[in-house]
Write a protein that binds this ligand. Structure first.
Ligand code: NI
Length: 470
């Protein structure tokens, strides 16, 4: 299994679990900085056979923002059920906690994931959840371990008290004030040396001012504390890190994306699909291909990382691929450096997959703050929202989705849909047939504006000809 620096940004974030200051405090430039032992490396999901991404989401017009992603594995249905159950549990807990609240900034839950270990014996999925209740983000992690032979979740540790003693000893060394009764081990993994990394959520074991806390229990000390699954996991995590093969992005030949149809003459509509790629995206591409229609895909970087092939296909077939952030957090609630990080990581992942850097972005939930616009401008990205919201995340019925899309269409319209929903992809053949029957050309967003009209940092919600009467 290939491990890589692919998730460098995330690995770095993980390394800052309160260990940062300790590891890098030396002012002596010549002294080697010791590697942070709590740093975890992750498997590149594109190298995992049979992996697909799933998302639970509520869209732009909901009272709260919900987006929870998790991976599924073709050969581990039992694990998939556990992952879905955990995602649903966290979302429903959030819904319960935010029922009836009204905050100036919408409450939000966002879950993304990483793969600390994928081997023949075990798979680990590290779920990272951010929750926003109106003032600050609270972040937590939970790592689920699946034993492939036993076909069920298994714990890594057989001696909880031993791990607790080892953790407390490290807390004492670092002067962390702890609340020992609250210690739980729901995010355990290993670093590449095989040391057991124990992660805690913010405020879980120490004062919130400590931020996030993690400690590493050395390999040999941890070994006798582990279950059989834990020892297999330790061995798998300690396999040498191999570099992912360089992406083989083919040079792109299509010209359809930039002006094959002259929308100042033709009646044009731009179909846009957000939040993918997902399990139904290849089928959607088949439908578009059969109808000779082009679309614009606002993709989530995390999902692109899991399936770069399908994104490569989009470009090859003349569609436009654009940036919809790394994990679909509302960017208007983030600092400008985190906005830049989310967009840059997605740009890099898309460029590696397709050989092109996107020039369009759509902010998750359509939420635009000043920083979002400034950062987008600096990165050469025009902002694109929509003029027709099909609300397909709410109406999971193909007939209803098709009616909303077709009913809202005007020359120059930008129509919002999500290719992560089965019902949306099922609606597309009827949408294509009806719109083409009315004489519409189905084009990409840049085509709608002509090749030179879209400017970085500017917001577009519909083409110049989106008028009710024409
Ligand atoms: Ni979205």
């Amino acid at each position: 299994m290939h491990k890589s620096r692919f998730f460098g940004g995330i690995a770095l974030a993980a390394s800052c679990l309160a260990g940062c200051g300790v590891a890098t405090a030396s002012p002596d430039q010549d002294a080697p900085v010791p590697a942070d032992p709590t740093k975890i490396s992750f498997v590149d999901p594109a190298t995992v056979q049979g992996l697909t991404t799933r998302s639970l989401s509520e869209g732009e017009s909901g009272g709260r923002y919900i987006h929870a992603s998790y991976p599924t594995f073709a050969d581990a249905p039992e694990f998939n059920r556990e992952l879905e159950k955990e995602a649903r549990r966290q979302v429903s807990e959030f819904q319960g906690e935010t029922r009836g609240t009204s905050a100036p900034a919408k409450p939000e839950i966002n879950m993304d994931w990483q793969l600390p270990v994928v081997s023949d014996a075990v798979i680990a999925v590290r779920l990272r959840t951010g929750v926003f209740y109106g003032a600050n983000w609270g972040d937590s992690t939970k790592t689920l371990w699946f034993d492939r032979k036993e076909r069920r979740l298994r714990g890594l540790v057989q001696d909880d008290r031993g791990v607790r003693r080892a953790v407390l000893a490290r807390f004492t060394e670092r002067g962390i004030k702890t609340f020992p009764n609250d210690i739980g081990f729901d995010s355990l993994t290993f670093n590449p040396d095989g040391d057991l990394v124990v992660e805690f959520d913010e405020c879980e074991v120490a004062d919130c001012s400590q931020g996030r806390v993690a400690v590493a229990v050395p390999r040999e000390q941890a070994r006798p504390l582990l279950t059989a699954t834990g020892r297999q996991a330790q061995d798998a995590a300690a396999q040498p890190v191999r570099q992912s093969p360089p992406p083989s992005a083919e040079p792109t030949e299509t010209t359809a994306a930039t002006g094959a149809t002259d929308c100042s003459v033709a009646k044009c509509v731009a179909l846009t699909f957000d939040d993918g790629p997902g399990p139904y995206t290849p089928e959607l591409l088949d439908q578009l291909d059969r109808a000779g229609a082009k679309a614009t895909f606002f993709t989530v970087g995390l999902n692109v990382a899991a399936d770069p092939q399908v994104v490569r296909r989009m470009v090859r077939e003349g569609h436009v691929v654009a940036n919809h952030s790394w994990s679909h957090r509302d960017l208007s609630k983030l600092s400008s450096s985190r906005v830049a990080d989310s967009l840059t990581r997605t740009q890099d992942t898309l460029a590696a997959a397709t050989g092109r850097r996107p020039t369009l972005m759509r902010p998750p939930y359509g939420a635009i703050g000043k920083d979002v616009q400034t950062v987008s401008q600096r990165m050469g990205l025009a902002l694109v929202n929509w003029s027709v919201d099909t609300q397909d995340w709410k109406y999971r019925d193909p007939t209803e989705v098709a009616q909303k899309a077709v009913g809202g269409a005007r020359p120059g319209a930008i129509i919002l849909m999500h290719d992560i929903h089965r019902s949306t992809v099922d609606a597309v053949p009827a949408i294509l047939k009806a719109l083409q029957g009315k004489g519409y050309a189905l084009v990409t967003v840049p085509e709608l504006y002509g090749s030179s009209e879209m400017r970085a940092g500017r917001l577009y919600t519909a083409g110049p000809l989106d008028r009710a009467t024409r």
